[in-house]
Ligand binder design. Structure first.
Ligand SMILES: NC(=O)c1ccc[n+]([C@@H]2O[C@H](COP(=O)([O-])OP(=O)(O)OC[C@H]3O[C@@H](n4cnc5c(N)ncnc54)[C@H](OP(=O)(O)O)[C@@H]3O)[C@@H](O)[C@H]2O)c1
Length: 255
């Protein structure tokens, strides 16, 4: 059985990946900070899909958590889903500097280190994939969050190019850029999203379906759903400063 390691596997998009991959027959390594929730998720998936599950209680903002996750990736996984992430409860200067640094650690350093740990054994075996969850914010202007997600896109494309010869199309690296998805994300960040129009909300299972379809096709940057494909396409045609003015406020009101 192939094995997938998913960070942030207990809620939202990560939990949707876990369920879908379990139903596809993957054994799972589930990573998050809350151990009770991890155990519950693992038990449920094992009982429903008869797969093997491992849990890894790790905070990817800490050296200890990062090292434990790296070690598990080095042991070999067939699919790494770097998904764990969070939003801030304010704009730049409203958020303590320490929180901005934690964001860079979880969104960038963890993605860098786990990708670095997982790829060698994938290349050796001639199969595998790394799926890095970015955001449509990567193409907009949304403080440190958007900047960190832009790094994820650029990093994923860069790595995909760097390994292309050895990978021979059999080891893939993809950035996934969803728009607004109903998860615990906004509530955890204290974001007020009541004014976001319904057509901008995506279903997490549909996001996962689109991501896995794009991964199979060898897409490097996946933007699920026609509405966000159109928005991203448009954002490339208008001046960057205007994109910044239009995008920096949307959904960024805080309770
Ligand atoms: N929801 C959206 O609208 C949206 C849109 C675009 C992109 N995204 C991206 O999608 C990814 C998943 O977000 P989501 O919406 O599914 O969020 P969510 O529902 O809040 O789930 C976040 C998951 O990450 C884990 N996590 C958070 N911080 C962690 C840390 N320091 N170490 C280890 N695990 C951690 C959480 O578990 P514990 O709390 O137990 O650690 C939880 O399992 C994020 O990278 C986010 O930026 C979300």
């Amino acid at each position: 059985m192939p094995t997938a390691l998913i960070t942030g596997a207990t809620a939202g998009i990560g939990a949707a990946f876990a369920r879908r991959l379990a139903s596809d027959g993957f054994d799972l390594v589930l990573l998050a900070r809350n151990g009770d929730r991890l155990k519950e998720t693992a038990r449920d998936l094992h009982e429903t899909y008869a797969i093997r599950t491992e849990t890894l209680v790790a905070d990817l903002a800490t050296e200890e958590g990062l090292t434990a996750a790296e070690e598990r990736c080095r042991d070999g996984v067939d699919l790494l889903v770097n998904n764990a992430g969070f939003g801030h409860g304010g704009t730049f200067l409203d958020v303590p500097l320490g929180n901005e640094i934690v964001m860079l650690r979880v969104h960038c350093e963890a993605v860098l280190r786990l990708t670095h740990a997982a790829l060698p054994s994938m290349l050796e075996r001639g199969r595998g994939a790394v799926l890095n969850v970015s955001s449509v914010s990567a193409f907009a202007t949304r403080g440190t969050y958007g900047a960190s997600k832009a790094w994820v896109v650029s990093f994923s494309q860069g790595v995909a190019q760097d390994i292309a010869r050895r990978a021979r199309g059999k080891v893939r690296v993809m950035a996934l850029c969803p728009g607004f998805v109903r998860t615990e994300f906004h509530e955890r960040a204290g974001m007020n999203v009541s004014k976001i129009p319904e057509f901008l909300w995506l279903d997490k299972d549909a996001v996962v379906d689109a991501a896995l379809r794009d991964l199979r096709r060898g897409v490097q940057v996946s933007v699920p759903s026609p509405q966000y494909k159109a928005i991203v396409g448009l954002s490339r045609l208008i001046p960057r400063e205007l994109v910044g003015r239009l995008s920096s406020g949307a959904g960024r009101t805080y309770d």
